[in-house]
Write a protein that binds this ligand. Structure first.
Ligand code: SAH
Length: 361
């Protein structure tokens, strides 16, 4: 048992089973042993690799999206660029390189904010940004005072804990982490129910044992994002893996060294995530008066010029680099890789369309 699993087991022995959201939050952010508080999870040597770490082209295209969106919003200044959950800081590094070239007027005045829950990762982001770090402000939580600007987040929501509810003979009950007879962690069904209005409309026909994931903490984050854009020129670009419509299924997954692991084993040493249900998030945005657009990561990147950018970088490069670039394109945008599983949710003012233009076909 890991140190953190031992700590969680002692807590359960003392005060009873804990919900999945509590378990996830403890595994990821326990101040002493949490995954994000103690580890460097990203990249080839880590446990998982995210789009900005796969290729510089990802951040470059996000940079182009920011510059074009700022124009469509009427090129307001002052303007704030906020990234939530920046990991190693690679996306902001690539974005700022592009902005300094293609939108110097914006870049020179840009107020850059990084919102990061892990102090350790904030230090890592400072290292990555180098000179740029001196003009970046770090915050532990998003400031939801309305301010003209753009918010970006890649793989943030999947790391924000969810609660799980299981359909039983007695109705929907919360799934919890409890102890088995040997004292090890195991999943169990707790006494707490869920208000039917929070379940998908077709919940009555769900099979016994079906699991529904509710994400109040994600919704709270989305409320803050939507509130911070109220009444000001603003947009958000939220990228994550998940689905457009609510459904049923257990998507809790643990990753270690690029392979799936048991979410209850080695707590604190593996990454824990769940798929993002974009449906309630888009509804929250709409309830604050924002328009939303939803597309796959593949369509977003191709629409923003991924193939052209790869061609440009490859034109003066050797064969090995060209092969690497085309492997990166595949990984990011092919439907059977990240292209379809990852989705892009944009928030923008009604009547202002943001790039990329919809595909003609
Ligand atoms: N965007 C990065 C990292 C994704 S991992 C990339 O694409 O590589 C998730 C990141 O979100 C980590 O930096 C984690 O510490 C941060 N995070 C998770 N929950 C958060 C919250 N509630 N507020 C701010 N940051 C959070």
């Amino acid at each position: 048992m890991s140190d953190l699993a031992g700590k969680i087991a002692r807590r359960i022995a003392a005060t009873g089973p804990i919900g999945i959201a509590d378990y996830m939050a403890t595994c990821l952010f326990d101040p002493e042993h949490g995954y994000y508080t103690t580890r460097e999870p990203f990249g080839r040597a880590g446990d998982f690799i995210t789009a900005p770490e796969i290729s510089q082209m990802f951040g470059e295209l996000v940079g182009i999206w920011i510059a074009e969106s700022w124009q469509r919003l009427g090129a307001p200044l002052p303007f704030r660029l906020t990234e939530i959950g920046p990991g190693r800081g690679t996306l902001m590094k690539d974005v700022s390189r592009v902005l300094s070239r293609i939108a110097p007027r914006l870049f020179d005045e840009l107020d850059i904010v990084m919102v990061e829950a892990s102090p350790r990762l904030a230090d890592r982001q400072r290292d990555t940004l180098g000179d740029l770090a001196s003009r970046v402000r770090w915050q532990g939580e998003l400031d939801d005072t309305p301010h003209a600007g753009i918010i970006v987040a890649n793989e943030l929501f999947d790391a924000i804990p969810v609660r799980q509810f299981v359909k039983t003979d007695a109705g929907w009950r919360e799934r919890v982490v409890a102890l088995d007879e040997t004292g090890a962690l195991q999943f169990a069904i707790g006494p707490t129910g869920i208000d039917a209005s929070m379940l998908p409309a077709d919940h009555a026909s769900a099979a016994p044992g079906a699991i529904f994931e509710a994400a109040p903490a994600r919704e709270a984050m989305m409320e803050r994002i939507a509130a911070s854009m109220k009444g000001v020129p603003g947009a958000a670009l939220l990228i994550d893996y998940g689905h457009e419509r609510s459904g049923f299924g257990d998507t809790l997954q643990a990753m270690r060294a690029h392979a799936f692991a048991d979410p209850l084993v080695a707590a604190g040493t593996v990454d824990l995530t769940t798929h993002v249900d974009f449906d309630p998030l888009a509804r929250i945005a709409a309830s604050h008066g924002h328009a939303t657009s939803f597309l796959t990561q593949g369509d977003f990147l191709i629409g923003m010029g991924l193939l052209e950018r790869a061609g440009q970088l490859g034109a003066s490069a050797d064969e090995t680099t060209r092969e690497r670039l085309s492997a990166e394109v595949e990984r990011l945008a092919a439907p059977d890789q990240m292209g379809n599983l990852f989705k892009v949710l944009m928030l923008h003012p009604r009547g202002t369309e943001l790039p990329p233009a919809p595909r003609a076909d």
